[in-house]
Write a protein that binds this ligand. Structure first.
Ligand SMILES: Cc1cc2nc3c(=O)[nH]c(=O)nc-3n(C[C@H](O)[C@H](O)[C@H](O)COP(=O)(O)OP(=O)(O)OC[C@H]3O[C@@H](n4cnc5c(N)ncnc54)[C@H](O)[C@@H]3O)c2cc1C
Ligand code: HEM
Length: 459
């Protein structure tokens, strides 16, 4: 019997739930992933947590690519009894290197307004026709109108043409003025971190879709590469037009893929720019000499090189009203998702969420986005409180020293209740220690795959 014809019950699968014997169900198919646990790019923990269970939802939420689908075939041992699914079909088919630029949302706005003008003209024309019929205009008059005889009063066609032209011009002018209002802050660099975006702009822009495509890798040229801290670069990529919107909801991230030493390597990055920064995608990337994508690719990029992106990805899609208080713990480059949320919260005049950030680094020179974070804490003391902690500070350092302890978390984080959340992003050692301490402080134990509803969310 072929492997795909062997059937297992959910109970049989549930019995294989350990690190040395891990089966799981994904879209009606049964997989034995025991030998893949250590190789899984999403981490061993998530597979261990899913062992013995139906992990279809979690699998989909991770936004797996077609590569994953191919690898899965190796581990398929049969199907779930009673399931009609022939094959796992939920993974996304990736096209790498395709420069399929989606239509700009800015262009769509223009189209909408133009469409409105044409539709209005059509309505007026129809109204004109109705009026003519009511006025018992004869067929001869209508034909006269159609051949545009100048020595007669305006006919229906002339009226229609004039109305269409007038509305197209008005639509164009209106759309231009609307767009100029929307694009007040063209880039991350000239957007001062102390200006609240007007409500209507905030609501429209931050959640709108844009250039990014969830399943297709598209390339952007590198136009800026600045060393901002030891081994850490600010990388700026240019979107297709100065008015293009990235299309990244707050809290989500992008994937970058590259061929490194003959193998495709894909990693996640959280932009520090958001949809309000038209025309640009900005990243802060810490490069590791032995890191596959950073050391082997990103650190060696030159201005003009094209980089492949896809997204948005990730379980966090922040909107104001998510909770009332957030305790954030970031380590090193783990500041990027926190910065994205802090910026969105501080710049939204309706958002009264109180954020308290503990930002841990080795030395003062490693602190990233320092001036931006300090500007937010100065300007919005009710929204945002900032506490630095360094492993190896100089003697004159005024902030926290050493590692992040349970006591430090208790001092700076909100008490665990229905209105508070904890967020963590950083190196695995720090994340694991903080998770343990937060549970001891009364927060709910986080799962291996974070969900927006979790009290402790790990990016
Ligand atoms: C949702 C998400 C968002 C992210 N956003 C960003 C971002 O905005 N900026 C950014 O720089 N990174 C970010 N990362 C981390 C990034 O995805 C890569 O893991 C990182 O760039 C290392 O990739 P690599 O291939 O170079 O290293 P790998 O080849 O995967 O690792 C090789 C070596 O690099 C070192 N290393 C790798 N990651 C870390 C780490 N986090 N801490 C300490 N040492 C490490 C270790 O020595 C490791 O042995 C994010 C990760 C996730 C999951
Ligand atoms: C046989 C089963 C699986 C295979 C072969 C597989 C394979 C992969 C591969 C190849 C990647 C790298 C990114 C990509 O190409 O998509 C990946 C990432 C990931 N996987 Fe899986 N996976 C499996 C099951 C699961 C399950 C069950 C979960 C969750 C419970 C999970 C969670 C993740 C996460 C969180 C990532 C990281 C995504 C990111 O970078 O944002 N995977 N997996």
């Amino acid at each position: 019997m072929a492997v795909e014809d062997v059937e297992y019950t959910a109970k049989e699968v549930a019995a294989h739930n350990t690190a040395t014997d891990a089966w799981m169900i994904i879209h009606g198919q049964v997989y034995d992933v025991t030998s893949y646990i250590g190789d899984h790019p999403g981490g061993a923990d998530v597979l261990l947590d899913a062992a013995g269970k139906d992990a279809s939802v979690e699998f989909d939420n991770a936004g797996h690519s077609d590569d994953a689908s191919e690898i899965m075939a190796t581990y398929r041992i049969g199907k779930l009894q009673g399931s009609n699914a022939k094959k796992a079909t939920s993974t996304v088919r990736l096209s790498v290197g395709v420069k399929a630029r989606k239509p700009d949302t800015t262009k769509s706005s223009l189209n909408i307004v133009m469409g409105f003008g044409v539709a209005t003209a059509a309505i007026l024309g129809t109204a004109g026709l109705y009026h003519m019929v009511n006025q018992r205009v004869s067929l001869t008059n209508l034909l006269n109108g159609l051949i545009l005889r100048r020595n007669q009063r305006l006919g229906f066609l002339e009226g229609f043409l004039i109305a269409s032209t007038a509305f197209c011009i008005a639509g164009t002018l209106l759309s231009r003025s609307l767009l100029s209002v929307i694009h007040l802050h063209p880039t991350f660099l000239n957007h001062p971190p102390h200006i609240k975006l007007p409500k209507r702009i905030k609501a429209d822009i931050l959640s709108q879709s844009g250039w990014l495509h969830p399943t297709t890798f598209q390339s952007l040229p590198l136009v800026k590469k600045d060393l901002v801290a030891p081994n850490t670069y600010h990388l700026g990529f240019e979107l297709p037009t100065p008015k293009s919107v990235l299309g990244l909801p707050i809290g989500q991230h992008v994937a970058i893929t590259a061929n490194v030493d003959g193998r495709a390597v894909t990693r996640s990055y959280t932009p520090i720019s958001n949809n309000a920064d038209c025309g640009m995608l900005d990243l802060i990337v810490k490069c590791y000499p032995d890191g596959k994508l950073t050391g082997g690719y990103l650190a060696t990029l030159s201005i003009g090189d094209e980089v492949q992106f896809r997204g948005p990805k990730g379980a966090m899609r922040y909107k104001h009203g998510y909770c009332k208080r957030i305790g954030m713990l970031a380590g090193g480059s783990g500041i990027t998702p926190m910065y994205q949320l802090i910026r969105a919260i501080c710049e939204d005049e309706r958002d009264t969420t109180q954020v308290s950030l503990i930002y841990a680094n080795r030395t003062e020179a490693d602190i990233l986005l320092r001036s931006e974070l300090e500007a937010f804490s100065r300007k919005y003391p009710n929204n945002f409180k900032l506490y630095y902690i360094l492993d190896s500070p100089t003697p004159d350092w005024q902030g926290g020293k050493g590692y992040v302890t349970k006591q430090i978390l208790a001092e700076h984080f909100p008490a665990p209740d229905a209105d508070s959340r904890a967020m963590i992003c950083g190196p695995p050692g720090m994340v694991n220690a903080a998770k343990k301490a937060l549970v001891e402080l009364g927060f709910d134990k986080p799962g291996t795959m974070s969900k927006m509803s979790d009290q402790v969310f790990c990016f």
